[in-house]
Structure formats: C-alpha cells, structure tokens
Design a protein. Structure first.
Length: 344
C-alpha cells in the first residue's frame, strides 16, 4: 500500500518490522524500489537477502534486471543476467527483454540484436506466448517489435504490437519498417493509416519507412503523395534518406530523368546513397547516359570506388560499349591495388 502510493520510506519501515519475511515479502520490497526508480537501494536489499541465506527466485532476478536496465546501469544488469544460472535460475522472456530494452535505450543496437537472436534460439518465441507483463513495458515491447521485424518474424511482431496497451511513435515505425522491408507494402500503409486514426503524429522516420514500402511495392504515385504530405501537411523537411528513397522509387519505375531532376533540386548535398540508388536503377534499365552522370558524382563522394567502377562496367557492357567496360574494370582493379597497398 505504502509503495503504491510512492511512500517508499513507509514501505521500508513495514518491511523492517515484519515478523516473517519470506521471498515474497523481499520481492515485494525489491519491486517497490525498482518501480520508484531506486535501483541502488534495490541492489543493496538484494545483497542483504542473499547474505541472509534466502535464495532469489525468478521474480527477484527479473525485478533487479528490469530496474538496472531502465536506470541505465547496464553493466550491473548484464552481470545479474549472467549470475542467474549460477544460482540455478534460468532467464525467461521477461529477463531477456528487460536486458534488450536497456541495450536499445543505450543505443547499443548490435548488442540488442545479438541478445535477441540468442533469446530466439533458446525458444523465446514459444515462451513469449505465455509471458504476461512484457507488453506493459513500452521500451521492452517496442524493442521486441523492432527485433522481430528485423529478423523477419512479422507474425510475432504483429502479435506483440497488438498486445501493447500503449504505443509510441517508435512502436508504430518499427511495424511499418518491418512490413516495408519484408515486401508487404500494403500492410505498411495500413499500419500508417491506423497510426493516424489513433492520433499518433508521424515523424521523419515514419516517412522513411513509408517511402521504402512504396518503393518496394512499386507504389509510385502514393509514394510521391507521401513525400508531398510530409512537407506540406506535417512540416517535415526532407532529409538525404528521404531523397534516396524517392530516387529508388522513381528509378525502379524507370523514371530516371525525374529521379535526376529531383536530385538536382535537392536543398541538401546528395550522398552516396542517393547517387547509388540512381546508378543502380540505371543498371536495371540499361540507361548509360544517366548512369554516366550518376557515376561521375558518386565517385566524388565515395571513398571506396571499386563497386561503382564495376557497376558502371556492367552497364557499359550491357549496352555494347566493351572498350569502355574494360576500362572501368581496369580502374576498379587499380582502386583495389591502391587500397591493398594503403593497408599494407
């Protein structure tokens, strides 16, 4: 009662004067500290619990890992996670997702992804179906949606997304990106429409995901409408990644001159992804003239040029310009030798 009202001192007094303190009572006090953000006090209480001869159970470990992850004490959270097995307790999905959520919040995406993969190989998908409370934690559940989507587990991502009681823009974006990158463009657009109905404001990443979906699905007109809407209705200035998506969208449809006009009108400097998208589209459609323009600009902004030389060589060979194609290949070889020499 005291802890739920935020009176942690009162809760501690009741705890200290309790005649009988079993694991349930200790866990309740630990959870109170964690819920109110006192991770350090929770750890000190945990030490007292262990030195007093009590054996922490799964609830104990999960409270501590969740509290330390949420407060940014990732080293302690990881230490606790590793220590569970030494105490004869196996981590469950909540243990894993608490750790993953902390890694995501700390912008350690690769570590979070690796932790997610380890969870999946140990039966995390099956156990998740029976794990209550995961969807209560916005950070953890959003991280799970993102991880499931990146691994191509769209069914599991959708199940977690639908179970979430609260959703942030990150949650919505993860689902849109998931559908977009796995070729289900219509579903990505449907999620966006649902997002708007729920009153959630899209951000620049939302439109990156939508433009990616439209590009992969060949939805040229819809993609162009989103690009206009982003600026005119939402007041979001296009970034280089939005232009790269638009160039890819137009390029896949064979509208290469429109893509080139779009690049030339960019208020920001085109990067390797913008010019690379145009060059890739030129290769697919065999357009040498635009490819020469794209390659010349790409070589100015790209530090590793060998790939561009080889792509241009393929385009020239496809149009019957064999001498130019061979010349490009020779330039690629010289680039490779130069790189190896610099490394050596």
């Amino acid at each position: 009662m005291y802890s739920r009202c935020g009176h942690i001192d009162g809760a501690r007094k009741v705890f200290d004067t309790a005649a009988q303190r079993d694991t349930v009572v200790w866990n309740s006090m630990l959870a109170s500290y964690v819920r109110l953000g006192f991770a350090g006090d929770a750890m000190r209480l945990f030490v007292s619990m262990v030195t007093g001869g009590l054996h922490p159970d799964l609830t104990t470990w999960n409270s501590l890992i969740s509290g330390c992850s949420s407060s940014g004490a990732l080293k302690i959270a990881k230490y606790l996670f590793r220590s569970m097995k030494f105490h004869g307790v196996d981590p469950d999905v909540f243990s894993w997702t608490s750790l993953i959520g902390g890694l995501v919040r700390d912008f350690r995406g690769q570590d979070a992804f690796e932790a997610f993969r380890r969870m999946m190989t140990r039966g995390g998908t099956a156990r998740l179906r029976g794990c209550d409370g995961v969807e209560e934690d916005l950070f953890v559940s959003s991280a799970l949606v993102d991880m499931y989507s990146k691994c191509g587990f769209l069914h599991e991502a959708a199940k977690m997304f639908n179970r979430m009681r609260h959703r942030s823009t990150v949650s919505w974006n993860s689902m849109i990106f998931g559908y977009a990158n796995n070729g289900t463009s219509t579903e990505a657009v449907n999620i966006y429409n649902q997002m708007r109905k729920d009153g959630v404001d899209p951000d620049h990443l939302t439109f990156t995901a939508l433009l990616t979906a439209c590009s992969h699905g060949g939805l040229v007109e819809l993609g162009m409408a989103f690009f206009r809407s982003m600026q005119e209705e939402r007041g979001i200035e296009p970034r280089a990644e939005h232009y790269a998506c638009m160039v890819d969208l137009l390029g896949r449809a064979g509208r290469l001159l429109e893509a080139l006009d779009l690049i030339e009108g960019m208020p920001v400097a085109p990067d390797i992804f913008v010019w690379g998208a145009l060059l890739g589209a030129c290769r697919n459609h065999g357009n040498v003239e635009v490819a020469v323009v794209a390659a010349s600009h790409l070589l100015k902004v790209e530090t590793e040029r060998r790939g561009s030389y080889l792509m241009m060589s393929g385009i020239l060979a496809g149009s019957g310009r064999w001498e130019d194609a061979v010349r490009m290949k020779m330039m690629a070889k010289r680039q490779l030798r130069g790189t190896q020499g610099a490394v050596g």
